[in-house]
Ligand binder design. Structure first.
Ligand code: AHR
Length: 501
């Protein structure tokens, strides 16, 4: 039996709700069809936003939405997406499928969506093909409440009051699709562009996100910090950056043949999980560099793109990155989010890629139909960690499971205490063949009340438009508890949330 020791008194940090953010790009059917159908659609909508999707995301407690990209961000010119829809410029989305982008979803629509969702806003600016003036004016257009050319333009376009930008990303993947820059070149541009992201209101300032590395590119992190690091609390603009980003995708195979989202072997299951668990090591490596510049951890890490990247579903546009989502994705989400929780002293923001119909999405749509993926249910279970305090936890007797080169620890866990006084434990069993007897032992507290929910299935079980409830979160009643101890058996391929008081 594995023993999970939790010291509910030892608070290790605060879990920022924004760790549970989602990414939405003008890519495939994420924005159009997925989130936005337009006011004239037969699909029920409010001001063009799909009611079913908005309701589902609210139920999941979405804390933050990142937009408009991704690679798209560095080709996006925001003025094309404002004003009367019939006069908005049409463009080619060169990155994603070469389709026509009619700009009917723009700045006003994004803020309307976030208002409906009740979530924070993360706007990603264009450094690759945009000017400093363009970026600066966008911030003025969105946030300035006085008299100015951009504020006047916003009012003319029907929005009297400004909106709030919570986070602003200065470019995206500028080592690649965002301009193929060297770290020094980007770092100098970053210093310049971020200067003109003004704080026009007196509320909390916009948090600036500096474009970080791809996967293991420690050199990028080091060289960007070399040029850009300044104490975030030094100047009136609280320094150059508040967060530094990192992108890491779990891709089981080589780029040309990443592997199917639904049709995979046990070996591929373990390989995928092993690659997902690599997030821990990657973060440690980037943190080691960040610690040299910023030992006080004033700068947060923003893992604003993470998730599984498989081959697209057969017969779909390769540029749309549409993939199904199975119990394997649920375990990837479980292990990744446990890692983020445990590193919440530095990881302050993260965005699963992406929200709807793209990569490891939480929702899939087809016409008027909508289905919640297994990943959705994991984020729904984990919502209790948002804004909670991480507490110390470790597993004794956590054996290794797997096949060949791909061995992984059988259990992944994290624990927090939320303001309602509950201890929240999330735990996953990564084995495809063995159930795991587990005993949770608290350090001091006698357990008075405990409830749990579980997500489980065969390794490739998934939800379809005809069978949307194949894999869902269900109540779990097989627990016994006495004193400080609680026992249960965690089935293979499963993710569980336990709430203890
Ligand atoms: O999420 C898909 C793409 O992956 C994003 O546009 C880009 O930033 C990353 O390479």
């Amino acid at each position: 039996m594995a023993k999970l020791f939790i010291d509910e008194k030892e608070k290790k940090g605060h879990i920022s709700p924004e760790i549970y953010g989602l990414f939405s790009e003008h890519l495939g059917r994420c924005i159009y069809e997925g989130l936005y159908v337009g006011e004239d659609s037969d699909i029920p909508n409010v001001n063009g936003m799909r009611c079913d999707v908005v309701d589902a995301l609210k139920e999941m407690k979405i804390p933050l939405l990142r937009w408009p990209g991704g690679c798209f961000a560095d080709e996006y010119h925001w003025k094309d997406g404002i004003g009367p829809k019939e006069t908005r410029k049409k463009m080619i989305n060169t990155h994603w499928g070469g389709v026509v982008e009619d700009n009917s979803f723009g700045t006003h629509e994004f803020f309307e969506l976030c208002e409906q969702l009740g979530c924070k806003t993360y706007v990603n600016g264009n450094v690759g093909s945009g000017t400093v003036q363009e970026m600066s004016e966008w911030v003025e257009y969105i946030t300035f409440d006085g008299v100015s050319p951009m504020a006047d333009l916003r009012k003319k376009n029907g929005h009297e009051k400004p909106w709030k930008i919570d986070y602003f990303g200065v470019g995206n993947e500028n080592w690649g699709c965002g301009g193929n820059m060297t770290p020094e070149y980007y770092a100098n541009l970053y210093r310049r562009y971020q200067t003109y992201i003004r704080h026009y209101d007196n509320s909390a300032p916009i948090q600036k996100i500096c474009g970080g590395a791809d996967t293991e590119d420690i050199n990028w992190t080091r060289r960007v910090l070399d040029t850009c690091f300044a104490s975030p609390h030094k100047s009136e603009n609280h320094g150059y950056m508040d967060l530094l980003s990192l992108h890491y995708y779990t891709v089981p195979g080589p780029w040309e043949h990443k592997g199917s989202a639904t049709d995979f072997t046990e070996e591929e299951w373990y390989l995928t999980l092993k690659k997902a668990l690599r997030m821990d090591d990657l973060l440690n490596k980037h943190f080691a560099v960040m610690d040299q510049y910023d030992p006080e951890k004033k700068i947060g890490m923003s893992v604003d793109e993470w998730g599984c990247w498989f081959d697209v579903e057969p017969g779909t546009n390769p540029g749309f990155l549409y993939q199904q989502n199975t119990v394997r994705d649920a375990l990837v989400a479980c292990t990744t989010l446990n890692i983020f929780n445990k590193k919440c002293d530095r990881v302050r923001l993260a965005c699963l890629a992406q929200a709807v119909n793209v990569l490891q999405s939480v929702i899939l749509t087809e016409g008027e139909k909508m289905v919640k993926t297994p990943t959705y249910h994991v984020l729904h279970m984990y919502r209790h960690h948002q804004d909670a305090d991480l507490v110390s936890s470790f597993i004794e007797g956590n054996k290794e499971v797997g096949s060949g080169e791909s061995m992984v620890a059988m259990l992944s866990e994290s624990a927090s205490v939320s303001s309602d006084g509950f201890i929240n434990v999330t735990i996953g069993n990564l084995s495809v063949s063995e159930d795991a007897p587990v005993e949770i032992v608290l350090s001091e507290k006698d357990i008075k009340e405990a409830s749990a929910s579980i997500l489980t299935g065969n390794m490739n079980s998934h939800n379809t438009f005809d069978e949307p409830e194949n894999v869902t979160e269900k109540e779990f009643t097989g627990m016994t508890y006495e004193g400080r101890a609680l026992k249960f058996t965690l089935p293979k391929n499963s993710v569980m949330l336990i709430r203890i008081r």
